[in-house]
Design a protein around this ligand. Structure first.
Ligand SMILES: NC(=O)C1=CN([C@@H]2O[C@H](COP(=O)(O)OP(=O)(O)OC[C@H]3O[C@@H](n4cnc5c(N)ncnc54)[C@H](O)[C@@H]3O)[C@@H](O)[C@H]2O)C=CC1
Ligand SMILES: O=C(O)[C@@H]1CCC=N1
Length: 266
């Protein structure tokens, strides 16, 4: 997929996620000269991208992408102008909070996840006041990052942030657990990790477009009286895995709501 920049872009915060999105945009064909990264600490940006240690005192971009930590919002000057589209990836921080702080034309919230750096991320979008042009620009910028879907309701961001925003972190824990269990049972450590990663990658790829839900796919792996059923019986005992994952998402979603409240009061 090749795209051209929708005008000038200021990327405020070029850490893990900001840099991941930027790398993907450049790979997708956005002219690096159209991007200014603003970050007091980041080590480097891709060739051709302008790096500033603080935001310019005047001027405004066509698109302002906010990728700082939610806790850093209070220190932000009121960037943007009447023609600017603000896209924020800040966990929890609400559109109304952003609109009150930044004098922009439109606000779109986005919740990406780390695999956007290889174009296999998930990006959820919402913009209650965003017009068709703003939504089209957001779609254009997010398309190279992976699966992009608009949310029907801004309140759903807490759940999406827990599921797909934080989700890679939870999946990495599962991969680690698979690998460590394999190692504990006697496999060489590096081989156990390679097999765990390839198993999760292959299982996810197969589930996408398999025409069957994950429960049915699990049954297809589990031969009656076989090894998988013996293992699934452990995961399913007292709905153990289901409960653990539910509590995990609950905790993450609750934290998102706390971040929203803190930003409202910042
Ligand atoms: N890491 C992830 O997987 C995801 C993160 N997010 C959101 O992305 C945002 C950034 O998260 P990360 O990239 O993980 O954090 P990070 O700490 O890696 O990046 C934040 C960047 O902001 C810079 N920064 C600090 N103060 C600044 C200022 N005054 N002006 C400009 N830049 C400043 C820091 O130097 C750093 O490079 C957060 O709001 C988070 O909720 C959303 C989805 C996934
Ligand atoms: O942990 C966080 O707060 C951010 C938001 C989703 C993923 N990372």
């Amino acid at each position: 997929m090749s795209i051209s920049a929708p005008g000038s872009i200021w990327l405020v915060g070029c850490g893990n996620m900001g840099a991941a999105m930027l790398r993907r945009w450049i790979a997708a064909g956005i002219d690096p000269a159209s991007v200014t990264a603003i970050d007091p600490y980041t080590a480097a940006v891709p060739d051709g991208v302008t790096l500033l240690r603080q935001a310019p005192a005047d001027g405004a971009p066509d698109v302002l992408v906010l990728a700082i930590k939610p806790q850093q919002l209070g220190a932000m000057p009121p960037l943007g102008g009447p023609g600017t589209l603000l896209i924020s990836i800040l966990a929890g921080v609400e559109e109304a909070t952003l609109a009150a702080r930044f004098p922009v034309r439109a606000v779109v919230r986005a919740m990406p996840n780390l695999p956007v750096s290889i174009g296999k991320g998930v990006v959820a979008l919402h913009g209650a006041q965003a017009d068709a042009a703003a939504r089209a620009t957001a779609d254009l910028l997010m398309a190279p990052l992976g699966r992009v879907e608009w949310l029907a309701d801004e309140g759903l961001f807490h759940i999406v942030t827990a599921l797909s925003g934080s989700g890679p972190g939870f999946v990495y824990r599962f991969i680690d657990a698979l690998a460590q269990a394999g190692t504990a049972l006697g496999l060489p450590e590096d081989q156990a990790l390679r097999f765990a990663i390839a198993t999760v990658e292959g299982a996810a790829a197969l589930a996408d477009g398999a025409g069957a839900g994950p429960a049915e796919l699990a049954d297809r792996v589990a031969s009656p009286g076989g090894t998988t059923r013996a293992g699934l019986d452990v995961l399913d005992r007292d709905a153990g895995l289901m409960r653990l994952v539910r509590e995990t998402l609950d905790a993450a979603a609750r934290r998102s709501a706390e971040l929203a409240e803190a930003a409202r009061n910042a």
